[in-house]
Design a protein around this ligand. Structure first.
Ligand SMILES: C[S@@+](CC[C@H](N)C(=O)[O-])C[C@H]1O[C@@H](n2cnc3c(N)ncnc32)[C@H](O)[C@@H]1O
Length: 421
């Protein structure tokens, strides 16, 4: 090689010879040239692939899948073994290639776990209830259209109904079918939910229904007037400033005979679920489990926690079962179960306290077929008798109710209340 044709490795060797004649740099002659050749080949290949709309990483992933043979399926861990990359880099690469739309190949991966990792990021950011419900609109259960039918016992011909916390509108639709003459206003502070709810308005039976974005902790009556029936189902337990909401709703009730339907979660019946949720939050947030390990933990642990079948039961019962029934799928239901920023669990005592503080009087519990097993017992005396609970004749109804509450441990309370003077 003349000095004119010396390559950079040759120069590097002669420099070492001059500076440190005691060292033998000859291995670099081979290694250095391999590295340079590889970079050169990669550049050439990339410029060739660029014309085909591909990068090296996409190309190598595709050929790995292709040479695996039919049905061209690999798990990310298999790809990891072949690629000398970190698992994060492989995941990013898979994401990018998938976005390019190479649907011919299928990467087998557990989207639920992918979701958990996404949630991990979300958990770390400061998310309040509103941003949460904007990101994860409450899923629309395919609720039977007659969901609102039992409410016909509470009020016959309401002129105006407020659905406070209407989410994506499934209950509002049922209200519209059940009370076809009533004007119905659905409000929710999640605009993504309200947008989805508005899609239901093409149904002619919802001709008297309107949806608005509104926060219940802001005054209601000035904007929407008064109502002779208010429904707030599964909402108040997610509101931190619940007294503000109760005051606004109270002012929106037409008079002392106007029923207000409330549904809230029960502290006793949901104690285990609440513990599992908190544990899940902490595990997701503070562990450095790999995707595989987390999947294994969530799906296979059978640790009994109380009477509950541990995380596995939780995932199966709450996440998987629910997500199959929901229009918006697993992501929202998983989010609702795992990362809802605020949930308050009620007891009969704290319900009575909430009502008294805000000038309401308790009316009656609502008993639906499905709530028999999970709600407040329908017949108090029957419950006490069946469970052989001794009580004196003159014991007040309130004490009996408290005993029922403690022993039956309702998962939920659905009841009617009225504003008092
Ligand atoms: C668990 S979802 C229940 C939705 C619906 N009632 C149902 O049961 O199908 C709770 C809903 O309450 C809404 N929400 C929570 N806090 C609210 C607030 N302060 N103002 C208005 N809506 C609120 C959420 O956006 C969410 O759509």
């Amino acid at each position: 090689m003349t000095s004119q044709h010396r390559d950079s490795v040759e120069r590097l060797l002669s420099e070492w010879g001059r500076e440190r004649p005691d060292l033998n740099p000859s291995p670099v002659a081979i290694q250095g040239r391999i590295v340079r050749l590889s970079a050169h080949l990669l550049r050439q290949t990339e410029s060739y692939l660029a014309d085909l709309g591909l990068g090296w990483e996409a190309f190598s992933l595709i050929v790995t899948l292709r040479r695996s043979g039919k049905p061209y399926q690999l798990r990310p861990t298999d790809i990891l073994r072949e690629s000398l990359l970190t698992s994060g880099a492989v995941t990013n690469r898979i994401d990018r290639v998938e976005k390019m739309g190479f649907s011919y190949f299928r990467l087998i991966r557990n989207t639920k776990c992918k979701g958990i990792f996404k949630f991990k990021q979300i958990l770390k950011s400061d998310m309040n209830s509103q941003t949460f419900y904007q990101k994860f609109p409450y899923p629309l259960f395919p609720k039977p259209i007659d969901w609102a039918k039992p409410l016909l016992h509470e009020i016959q011909n309401p002129k105006r109904i407020l659905h406070a916390g209407c989410a994506t509108g499934s209950q509002t639709k049922s209200l519209a079918y059940t009370f076809p003459e009533a004007e119905i206003i659905g409000i929710d502070f999640s605009n993504t939910s309200v947008d989805l709810a508005k899609q239901l308005l093409t149904d002619p039976k919802l001709k008297n229904t309107k949806f608005f974005v509104h926060d219940l902790t802001e005054p209601i009556v000035e904007k929407y007037g008064q109502f002779d029936f208010i429904v707030s189902y599964g909402v108040l337990h997610h509101i931190e400033r619940v007294n503000n909401a109760m005051q606004n709703l109270r002012a929106a009730l037409k008079d002392e005979q106007s029923p207000f339907l409330i549904f809230v979660y029960g502290a006793y019946g949901r104690a285990t679920i609440a513990r599992i949720q908190q544990a899940c939050k902490l595990i997701i947030d503070s562990s450095s489990l790999t995707e595989e390990e987390l999947r294994a933990l969530l799906y296979s642990t059978s640790t009994k926690i109380g009477t509950f079948d541990g995380l596995r039961g939780f995932v199966k019962k709450i996440i998987i079962n629910l997500s199959q029934k929901m229009r918006l799928g697993w992501e929202s239901s998983m989010a609702d179960a795992l990362i809802n920023p605020y949930v308050m669990y009620y007891t009969l005592d704290s319900i009575q306290d909430l009502l008294a503080r805000n000038n309401f009087r308790f009316g009656n519990f609502i008993h639906r077929a499905q709530s028999k097993a999970v709600g407040f017992p329908q017949h108090i005396d029957e419950f006490l008798l069946k469970n052989k609970i001794p009580m004196n004749e003159n014991v007040s109804n309130n004490i009996k109710m408290k005993v029922c509450d403690l022993l039956s441990a309702p998962k939920e309370y659905e009841f009617i209340c009225y504003r008092s003077n």
